[in-house]
Design a protein around this ligand. Structure first.
Ligand code: GLY
Length: 340
C-alpha cells in the first residue's frame, strides 16, 4: 500500500502497534495523541497476559485473546529486533487460588469451560496452574513501539487533541487542536476517550460505540528479583513480578469518570488483599500507587473493525485486556486497512 496515508488517533499500545504494522506495510502513517504516546492505560497496565484469569468460557473475544497471546513472543522478538530495545516478557504461568470449597468448585467449573477453548490449567494440590499465562512490561512495549515507528518514518504528534473525524469523498479529515490532517483512512484507537470523538459522514453524525473509563489502582513494591515465581491470583487480586524485582499488586474497578486522584481507601484495601495473597508483602517497604483508565464499552467488548463502509476503523474498548490484545488487534486492523 505504498503511498497511502493513514491517521491513527491514540498512541497507546493499540494505536502504536497498528501504526507500526501499517508503516511496515508501506503506509505513510501519522500517529496523534492528546498527551504523550503510551501515557495512559498502557502506562498504567500491569501487563498480565492471562486469558486464564480474564476469560470464563467460549466467546469470540476469548478466542481472539488466545490468538493474540500466541502472537506475543514473535511480536516482542520482532520489536526488539527492529529497535535494539529490551522488552520484559516472560511466560511465567499463573497460579490461581481458592479460599473456600465453593471457590474451588467455581475454579474447576471455569477450568472445564476454558479447556474447551484450549486454555490449559493443571490442578496442583489445592491450586490451579495456568502454564501459558505470561507477563510483559507495557512501558517497555510502548517505548519500543515509539522507536520502531520513528525508524519507519511515522509522523508522531503528541499533545494534539482530536476534535472530530469527517469522512468526505472517501477520505478522512481529522480535525485536531493543531489543524486538520487528511488521509485515505483513519483509525480511532483513543481508549476510553474514543467514543467522545464525533465521526461525521456525508449524511451527518455516524454512531460509534460509547466508551467510558473503568479506573483501576495498582501498587508497586521493590522486591528481590526472582522472589515471586508465577503470577498469583485470587479473583481480581493479583501479584506479579517484573524481572527487575518490581512487584505489582492489583487491582480495583471503579466507575468514577476520569478522576485521577488516588483513593487511599482503595490503596489500603488492595494492600490488604495483596498481603493475604503473598504474606511477605506485609513486611515490604511502603508500595507506590498509581491508577489508570481501562477503556470499556457498554457491552464490555472491544470495538474493532471498519465503521460501516467508511474509511474509518475502530480499535478501542479493550477493557481489561488491552495489553494482551494489542498484537492481535494490530494484525487485524492493519491487515484490513492495508489490504483495502
Ligand atoms: N487485566 C487486569 C486488569 O485490568 O486489572
Amino acid at each position: 500500500m505504498a503511498g497511502s496515508d493513514v491517521i491513527i488517533i491514540g498512541g497507546g499500545i493499540i494505536g502504536g502497534s497498528i501504526a507500526w504494522r501499517l508503516a511496515q506495510a508501506g503506509a505513510a502513517v501519522t500517529l496523534v495523541d492528546a498527551g504523550a504516546l503510551g501515557g495512559e492505560a498502557s502506562w498504567a497496565g500491569a501487563g498480565m497476559l492471562a486469558p486464564g484469569g480474564e476469560t470464563a468460557g467460549r466467546s469470540r473475544w476469548a478466542e481472539f485473546a488466545l490468538e493474540s497471546l500466541a502472537l506475543y513472543p514473535a511480536f516482542v522478538e520482532e520489536l526488539e529486533g527492529e529497535t535494539g530495545l529490551g522488552i520484559d516478557y516472560r511466560r511465567c504461568g499463573a497460579v490461581e487460588i481458592a479460599r473456600t470449597e465453593a471457590e474451588w468448585q467455581d475454579l474447576l467449573a471455569r477450568r472445564a469451560a476454558q479447556s474447551e477453548l484450549g486454555i490449559r490449567a493443571e490442578v496442583t494440590g489445592d491450586r490451579l496452574f495456568y502454564p501459558d499465562d505470561a507477563l510483559v512490561d507495557p512501558r517497555d512495549v510502548t517505548r519500543a513501539l515509539r522507536c520502531a515507528c520513528e525508524r519507519r518514518g511515522v509522523s508522531i504528534r503528541e499533545q494534539t487533541r482530536v476534535l472530530a473525524v469527517r469522512v468526505t469523498e472517501g477520505r478522512a479529515e481529522v480535525e485536531t487542536g493543531g489543524g486538520v490532517l487528511t488521509g485515505s483512512a483513519a483509525v480511532l484507537a483513543a481508549g476510553a476517550w474514543s467514543g467522545a470523538i464525533p465521526v461525521f459522514g456525508p449524511g451527518g453524525r455516524i454512531e460509534i460505540p460509547a466508551s467510558f473509563p473503568v479506573r483501576g489502582h495498582l501498587l508497586g513494591y521493590a522486591l528481590e528479583p526472582g522472589s515471586v515465581g508465577p503470577i498469583l491470583r485470587h479473583g481480581h487480586t493479583y501479584v506479579m513480578q517484573r524481572s527487575s524485582g518490581f512487584t505489582i499488586a492489583g487491582t480495583s474497578s471503579e466507575q468514577v469518570g476520569f478522576n485521577r486522584e488516588l483513593d487511599p481507601l482503595v490503596v489500603d484495601e488492595i494492600r490488604a488483599r495483596a498481603g493475604e495473597l503473598l504474606p511477605r508483602l506485609r513486611l515490604a517497604a511502603e508500595p507506590i500507587a498509581w491508577l489508570g483508565f481501562r477503556p470499556a464499552t457498554e457491552g464490555f467488548e472491544p470495538a474493532i473493525g471498519r465503521l460501516g463502509d467508511t474509511c474509518v476503523w475502530l480499535a478501542y474498548g479493550h477493557y481489561r485486556n488491552g495489553i494482551l490484545l494489542a498484537p492481535g488487534t494490530a494484525a487485524r486492523v492493519a491487515g484490513e486497512v492495508a489490504g483495502r
